[in-house]
Each structure stands twice: as C-alpha cells, then as structure tokens.
Design a protein around this ligand. Structure first.
Ligand SMILES: [Ca+2]
Length: 266
C-alpha cells in the first residue's frame, strides 16, 4: 500500500474513533450477545438500537484479537454494497445492512484491543467409585485459540474445587474421552490414555493452557458427591481470565480399569 494511502487511512480511522466515542452508549452492555449491531442515531431510516462491544463480531480476520488489521480490513471495503462482486457480508456488522459504512467500522472500534478466547470443554464426567464410594470428576480443557487460557477456578455443582484436590497434565496430544481413574494418592500420579503415560500434577493458583494444548483434569471428591447422586445431573463451571464455561453431565458409577489387562486368548 502506498505511504500516502496509509496515512490517509489512519487519519480516517482516527476520525472514526472520535465519532465512535461520541456515539457509544454505556447501556448497550445490557443487550444479549450474538446479534447484529447499530448505533443509536436519530434517523428514521435506522432502527432504534444500541451499539454493543463484541470482540467475536469485531474480529473480522479471525486472529483472536481486535486490532488495526480488523479496522483496516473493514475500512478497505468502505462503500461496498451487497450488489458488488467483491461483497463480503462478514464486514457488514451494523445497520444499515447491505452496505459497509461508518457504523460497521465503529463496531470494530468498540472492541478495539480485545483478545478472544477459544476454549473447548469436553469429556466431562463425575463418578462415584463402586468400591469406596469416593467421588471424582474429570474434564478436558482445550485451547483452540491463539492466546494462553488461564483457568483460575473450577466449580462442580456450584462448589469451588480446591487446588489441593485438582490434578492435571498439559499435552498437545489428541485426547479421547477420559475414563475413570481411581485417585489414591495426594502426590503426583500417573495415568494411561491410549497407551500413553501422563503424569498428573497439582498447582496452587491456576492452570495455564497454551494454544493448541489440552489440559487433562481430574478432581478428587468434588462437592462431596455421594452414591445418592448417581443419575443426577450436575454442572461443572470452568472460570478463565475472560469468561466462564458451563457444562452438565450425569453422575455415574466408576470402576477402576485394572493396571494390567490380561489379553484375550485367540
Ligand atoms: Ca483480528
């Protein structure tokens, strides 16, 4: 891009930023996530609505951060309409729709500087041991984004699980569903998944999962789940620096897998 064009573009962006600050309404935070946006303008052609800061919408180049590249990308389609051959509805973020204008750029600016977390929460289980009636939970926390995910707290059935009861391993392996593993020691322990050994350790403050990595997490005696809870649905909540993630599962009876299985005779 020509230098003069870049300077012109930056001047344009700064002007819009000032306009954006003027247009921004704090009560817009009350609106639900996932809708398209508009600015509250006294204009009969536009619906009465509010601007909402939403980095998931504003990150038009999908690199998990809302920055100058997103602003420039939307700016580069300024004036484009749905009848144009290069029309991309991904940049059409605000009313009036079917045209890229100042209001689309302002939606990006409203989330400027925001980072986006992309987390997968799966293989959530809560078991009661069939031999000693102790309870256990397990889950996989996958970082599918571009930034570290810092897990600061895990709740089971609304009760915080203390770090002294949480065991984890961070791996870049692809992990299938987690099976019941009887946790008998308060020291580090080793588990086997798909013939691979994973050493579970403890932490005192948080679990950090790097992009592309998965945290294998086992929790001993979450919320004093008892044999009476078998079949009942319980919710697990994972709190990160940016968000909270909630998933439910039914309490099951867990049976420890024998350490050395006898191969079947042919
Ligand atoms: Ca971006």
């Amino acid at each position: 891009m020509h230098n003069g064009k870049i300077i012109l573009m930056l001047w344009f962006v700064l002007s819009i930023f000032c306009l954006g600050s003027w247009l921004h309404y704090p009560e817009s935070k009350a609106l639900a996530h996932g809708i398209k946006y508009t600015s509250k303008i006294n204009d009969s052609d536009r619906a009465e609505a509010f601007l909402l800061s939403d980095p998931y919408v504003a990150d038009v180049n999908n690199d998990c951060v809302v920055d100058i590249y997103d602003v420039v990308l939307v700016c580069s389609f300024y004036g484009s309409t749905s009848s144009d051959p290069n029309w991309n509805p991904r940049y059409d973020l605000a009313l009036p729709y079917e045209i890229i204008d100042l209001f689309d750029i302002e939606v990006v600016l409203a989330s400027y500087g925001s980072f986006i977390e992309s987390m997968g929460l799966r293989s959530i289980s809560v078991w009661i041991d069939d031999s000693d009636q102790s309870s256990e939970a397990a889950l996989l926390i996958e970082n599918k984004g571009a930034w570290n995910i810092v897990v600061g707290k895990i709740n089971v059935r609304g009760q915080e699980c203390y770090w002294s009861k949480i065991y984890f391993n961070i791996t870049d392996d692809s992990i299938p569903e987690l099976d019941y593993v009887h946790i008998t020691t308060l020291d580090t322990l080793s588990i086997t998944i798909d013939n691979e050994q994973y050493t579970l350790q403890q932490t005192r403050d948080n679990i950090t999962v790097q992009p592309g990595y998965t945290a294998i997490v086992y929790i001993k005696n979450p919320d004093h789940i008892s044999i009476n809870d078998v079949g009942i649905t319980v919710g697990t909540t994972v709190f990160t620096s940016f968000a909270m993630y909630y998933k439910e599962c039914n309490v099951r009876v867990g049976c420890a897998v024998p350490e050395e299985e006898v191969p079947e005779e042919e």
